[in-house]
Design a protein around this ligand. Structure first.
Ligand SMILES: [Zn+2]
Length: 271
């Protein structure tokens, strides 16, 4: 306890003046040095706390996660993992929003080894460009699927005033190019279309020779588009956004048939 108290004292003494007080008389190099020392002290102090400061709900959450993982292990035998032990060969690179209401099971019954997933706020290329390139260029997925969704918080934020957000969050909202004042489906679709355009600019050669198809979609869990709750509505194919023209594409033919050609069987459940 003596040591803890000492840490607390040190952390408080150092943190208070640096984080709250005026450092205007100190040159930048010294400020950085002082901040670095304070951060180190705080980090060491936090490490001495162990889990004592944790929110009581955290224990239940972590227990749930550990138990769900145990169930997953129990119901997935070695054959589940066998086909991707030595490498991945996903069939699609997917960029979607980090939103907790948007998950792979809405669009793939067996996503393991199958979808190269990139998630960030606002389902953007700009804030995860390297990851997207990895999927398209190194894993050679023939499909790049960009998925926006109804009620997107990132779109809502980007359509308003987000000047008070932190620098890292502002950076990830700055790259969403939508008009101010429209947080709804028009902006959600516009952002998807902007991402498709960006992908087309990056990989126009691949698209032209047919190596890559870029598809934009909206996962509509609120049924805002009145096509069914939870539907993945395709709104853009290689830059084409006219629904009639998209519907007439060979790519779209028979997509809604009960068993699309080449559809994988659902993963067997082991008991
Ligand atoms: Zn979102």
């Amino acid at each position: 306890m003596k040591r803890l108290a000492a840490w607390f004292f040190a952390a408080g003494m150092l943190a208070a003046p640096v984080f709250a007080a005026d450092l205007s008389g100190v040159n930048d190099a010294d400020k950085e040095r002082i901040r670095g020392i304070v951060k180190e002290v705080l980090r060491e102090y936090a490490a001495t706390l162990g889990d004592r400061q944790a929110n009581p709900a955290t224990k239940d959450i972590l227990r749930n996660i550990v138990q769900d993982n145990r169930d997953f292990m129990r119901t997935h035998g070695p054959e589940h993992f066998a086909h991707f032990l030595d490498g991945q060969h996903p069939r699609a690179t997917v960029i979607t929003c980090s939103d907790s209401r948007v998950h792979t099971q809405a669009l793939d019954a067996t996503p393991d080894g199958d979808l190269f997933m990139i998630r960030n706020i606002g389902n953007q290329i700009a804030t995860a460009e390297g990851s997207v390139e990895y999927g398209v260029h190194h894993l050679h997925t023939p499909l790049l699927l960009i998925v926006g969704h109804s009620a997107c918080g990132a779109i809502k934020a980007a359509s308003g005033d987000y000047a008070k957000e932190s620098g890292p969050i502002r950076n990830e909202l700055d790259t969403i190019q939508i008009p101010k004042g429209d947080p709804g489906m028009n902006s959600i679709k516009l952002n998807v279309n902007n991402q498709v355009r960006r992908a087309m600019d990056k990989w126009e050669e691949e698209v032209i020779v047919g190596k890559l198809t870029v598809v934009g979609a909206v996962y509509d869990f609120r049924n805002d588009l009145k096509q069914g709750q939870g539907k993945l509505v395709i709104v853009n194919v290689n830059g084409e956004t006219d629904p009639a023209k998209i519907a007439a594409m060979d790519l779209m033919r028979d997509l809604d048939a009960p068993e699309a050609k080449g559809r994988k069987a659902r993963a067997p459940v082991h008991h």
